[in-house]
Design a protein around this ligand. Structure first.
Ligand code: SAM
Ligand code: FES
Length: 345
């Protein structure tokens, strides 16, 4: 049915996120556990115990933007900047294919060093070599015509988190050179071009209130994306927000569950940032309704350079080790990682 208004919904999010919350109103379960079971059951009805994997290729850490929260922002002079070559990117895909990946996510900072045509070429090459795979781009804001070029080149999906649906909050997280309106315009352009669209937000980002999170849910209800990526805000020591509090596991799990209730068939990853703030974070994400995980396929030599936040996990492992590790972790919680493109149902 209808979503509650943002004030009412915000209050519910606030109470659910409070680990001191004593109330148990549903069959003696805490509201938090009741919500988890509902979300878990819905995910199970849609996907069974199947977890989809996406191979993440972090192809550049060069960025023209300066988001206050992000470790690879342009003002961070401590970053050792890199760009992968076409051959390096294809080698990541080759390795991933053998490991059972059928979706490749090309993610990068907004690096003007790649022309629109160069990105189109990369997409075409991967699609030619692996026609049974989906290619997802996660490369920030671009004009409609550029998104169209990449779509024509074969890109199937695009990930662009809206980050926050509250305009004033958006402006506190980003410098004046970035605009909330453009972010939203990009998302609707991507939709109209026939991409499968992923959006999402950070949980516990600086200055965020529970009402902001309610606004995020309202925004997503309107946008109706196929994929929704959320994860806790985690500070990075070389950013203006270095001293800000990180998001909590509890609130992230609450938001994953609420998203699952709203979108029973959506593709919802249990993110690396959740796995970073808690050793069992990604597994708990699955138990609260998530059904996707995005292991790192980037060359080990660059992984530590794509540091969006402090202490990011899985930066020292080979791709094969990550695949094996995730399989075992998922199985321990009753899930099965599958070889599948994982398209929307
Ligand atoms: N440049 C592209 C974009 O902006 O969409 C893709 C790369 S960007 C680094 C990917 C995501 O990382 C962002 O959407 C943001 O939500 C997340 N991120 C950045 N800094 C973070 C932090 N400190 N903690 C948690 N997530 C962060
Ligand atoms: Fe990378 Fe476990 S997922 S080591």
């Amino acid at each position: 049915g209808e979503l509650p208004g943002v004030n009412e919904l915000g209050e519910a999010i606030r109470i659910l996120s409070d680990s001191e919350n004593p109330q148990s109103s549903q069959d003696d379960l805490s509201d938090f556990e009741y919500l988890r079971r509902k979300a878990y059951d819905l995910a199970h009805q849609s996907f069974g115990n199947r977890i989809y994997i996406r191979g993440l290729i972090e192809f550049t850490n060069i960025c023209k933007n300066d988001c206050y929260y992000c470790g690879i922002r342009k003002s961070n002079s401590h970053v050792d900047r890199y760009r992968l070559t076409m051959d390096q990117i294809l080698a990541c895909a080759d390795e991933g294919y053998v490991l059972g990946f059928r979706t490749f996510v090309l993610q990068g900072g907004e690096d003007g060093g790649f022309s629109d045509e160069a990105i189109a070429d990369i997409v075409r090459c991967i699609k030619e070599r692996y026609p049974d795979c989906a290619v997802t781009l996660s490369f920030g804001e671009h004009p409609y015509e550029t998104y169209r070029l990449w779509r024509m080149a074969g890109a199937d999906r695009y990930l662009l988190r809206h980050e926050t649906a509250d305009r004033v909050h958006y402006e506190r997280l980003h410098p004046d050179s970035m605009s909330y309106d453009n972010r939203v315009r990009c998302l609707y352009n991507l939709k109209s071009l026939g991409y499968q669209v992923g959006s999402g937000f950070m949980v516990g980002s600086p200055y965020q209130t529970p009402v902001n999170l309610a606004e995020d849910l309202h925004f997503l209800a309107k946008l109706q994306p196929q994929m929704i990526g959320i994860g806790p805000y985690v500070p990075h020591k070389e950013t203006p927000f270095a001293k800000m509090k990180q998001g909590t596991v509890r609130q992230t799990l609450v938001m994953i569950s609420l998203l699952r209730l709203m979108f029973p068939k959506a593709l919802i990853p249990s993110t690396t940032s959740l796995g970073t703030i808690a050793a069992d974070g990604r597994e708990r994400g699955f138990m609260h309704g998530a059904n996707v995980v995005m292991p790192n396929l980037s060359p080990v030599s660059v992984r530590k350079k794509y540091e969006l936040y402090d202490n990011k996990i899985c930066t020292g492992e080979e791709s094969a080790q990550c695949r094996g590790c995730l399989d075992r972790r998922a199985e321990a919680f009753g899930f099965q990682v599958v070889v599948d493109r994982g398209d929307p149902l």
